[in-house]
Design a protein around this ligand. Structure first.
Ligand code: 6PG
Length: 243
């Protein structure tokens, strides 16, 4: 893999197999090095994690014992039941946590049965117990959309302008329904952030983030500049083509 330095974190460019392995290794290494009693790993939504889950499970890349030693959640969620195919945590359970028989007390979904504001508050309280005050995830996985959104922080979203100093929030995203998401404050409280984005369809977005003017309210992934020393981007050659 080759490395590109940026104001938004370290960029590692490689093929999909290398990137999938690197994503796993970064998490397991951080877990091995932590002195904290719990290690909290947030997965994310979109197509990339689904492929990664399949790679992990079918290739037996992580053992049930390793997986059971981690507290699993997702960095953003749609306000739908876990049984919905649109649920990020539901998909993580069906494709990754359940096949590996991760104990249910290591699984921490958002409280989607509650109205969004209450669900975000309940999740914040749970995370306060799991991670401790002023901390979010030890490992936060993210993807990036072709409009440069990350987690459920979309261009123009009010949480990008003011998240009230809270690490998690909920909001209606026009055309995309109600979303629960880590906020800019939450991202700054994470131990390590890994953004995996693949394919030629992401080349313009990645160029806009890395080389365009700094305007995080329109280019949400640029918010990662505020914690760049803890951010690793995993991108393939197609996505990196315009860097
Ligand atoms: C979601 C996300 C979202 C996703 C990106 C990238 O819930 O959809 O968390 O931010 O990570 O849209 O998705 P891909 O992996 O499909 O590129």
């Amino acid at each position: 893999m080759r490395e590109i330095k940026s104001d938004y974190g370290q960029i590692l460019v490689g093929n999909k197999q290398e990137l999938f392995q690197q994503a796993l290794d970064l998490g397991l290494k951080a877990r091995a090095q932590t002195e904290r009693s719990r290690f909290l790993w947030a997965l994310t939504g979109g197509g990339t994690p689904k492929e990664w889950y399949q790679w992990l499970v079918s290739g037996q890349k992580i053992t049930p014992t390793e997986a059971a030693a981690i507290e699993w959640t997702v960095s953003d969620e749609r306000h739908v039941l876990l049984s919905s195919l649109d649920s990020n945590f539901g998909n993580a359970e069906r494709q990754f946590l359940a096949p590996l028989e991760v104990p249910t007390d290591r699984r921490h979904p958002w409280m989607v049965a509650w109205p969004v504001a209450e669900a975000a508050e309940a999740y914040r309280r749970t995370l306060m117990i799991l991670a401790g005050p002023g901390r979010a995830y030890d490992m936060c996985f993210l993807g990036m959309g072709d409009d440069c959104h990350t987690a459920s922080l979309f261009p123009g979203t009010p949480l990008l302008i003011n998240d009230g100093g809270l690490p998690f929030g909920g909001q209606e995203v026009p055309g995309k329904g109600w979303r629960l998401t880590i906020t800019p404050t939450g991202l700054r409280q994470c131990g390590l952030i890994v953004v995996m984005t693949l394919g030629a369809g992401k080349a313009d977005a990645l160029h806009r983030v890395m080389r365009g003017p700094y305007e995080p309210t329109n280019v949400p992934s640029q918010i990662l500049k505020t914690c760049a020393d803890r951010v690793v981007w995993l991108v393939d050659e197609a996505a990196a083509a315009k860097l």
